[in-house]
Write a protein that binds this ligand. Sequence first.
Ligand code: FE2
Length: 437
Amino acid sequence: VVDSTAAQIGPGRRRGGPDAARAAALLDRFLSVRRATAALAAPLSAEDQQVQSMPDASPVKWHLAHTTWFFEEFVLSRAAPEYRRFHPRYAYLFNSYYEAVGPRHERPRRGLLTRPALAEVSAYRAFVEERVAEWLRGGRCGEADLDVLELGLHHEQQHQELVLTDVKHALFQNPLRPAWREDLPDPTGTAAPPLTFKALPGGVAEVGDPGEGFAFDNERPRHRVWLEPCALASRPATNAELLAFVEEGGYRRPELWLSDGFAAVRARGWEAPLYWERDGAGFVEFTLGGLRPLDLAAPASHLSFYEADAFARFSGARLPTEEEWELAARDEPVAGNLVEGGRFHPCAAAAEGEGPFAQLFGDVWEWTRSAYAPYPGFTPAPGALGEYNGKFMVSQVVLRGGSCVTPTSHLRPTYRNFFYPDARWQFAGVRLAKDLR
Ligand SMILES: [Fe+2]
């Protein structure tokens, strides 16, 4: 419905029209995403939120500020003409990697930013939240601006996961092995369902964003692929299965490893998945709830691509391609052990589910054998936001399915996550695949 006021404002600037309804819905989501981020940081002290454990990880305080800067830079500064920045130098401190926006503080030195203090970052968050809410309520938001705001929500959800994986890595550096939260639930105590392989038909399949809602540019365009007949494991590999790999010398057998992988094993002294620690004859594992007995029934986690690949070879199998994974997952509901479940750790599937594949979503991201590359016909967004995904499409590997710290509304069957093959600090595991020929 276009009323006379809307006609004066012009297309995409209607008062009370479809954009106003979308703005109202986005305001609710905006406030809820921002609250969720704050809740993840709440159990942490200011010191916890300051520390940076390695160049790949960022301080929680930095995540809180950077996600705020994203809305300031890409929404308010461009779409709200009256907006004045909270601080003239924050763009330098909290720009992550956008060359088109300007120079920035070096990533490995984010932990050295003792100023602004955490309280100032909290004030920055409140300031920007108030202005975004005012802007959304003002009824003058164009469609394209709302698209960027929506991207900002998904961006902040990505950082919610990073807040937890980064702080887990930071807390692990402390010999006291402190917990993020002491009150996390114990393992489910259920046994893992038996591992079986379920066939997927070969032939032409369509993969990529079907255009039914938000998707990142790297999920587009939808396109056809050819798949040979294959079978995927009914569930991710468990800690018990990884333990067999460890105990049978998996980390010492070069024939199981890609060359770069075995070089990483040697150079870094890998003997087991990250966060496993020897305890007598067995292992304990570090979790967001502190040190715990290794839950043998839970999906194995914190594996690099190299470890996932070597484990697959040890198992007489291989990793699935991202297209095979998507074919298995495309009709499955996005449900499982995700962040809203409050476990913050992978757990055994309760029982065999309805579909052929358990735990496609949640628990652990699943490494695929697919290089992170553009889909045929990929075009990045124009301007600075074109840097969001496209420029990272080399030397990284695709993961699918989300983890126990991923927000449900952040995921889709077509979602492509990506990390370097040696990265271990994410909740990343492995689902085996086999050729059927
Ligand atoms: Fe970011």
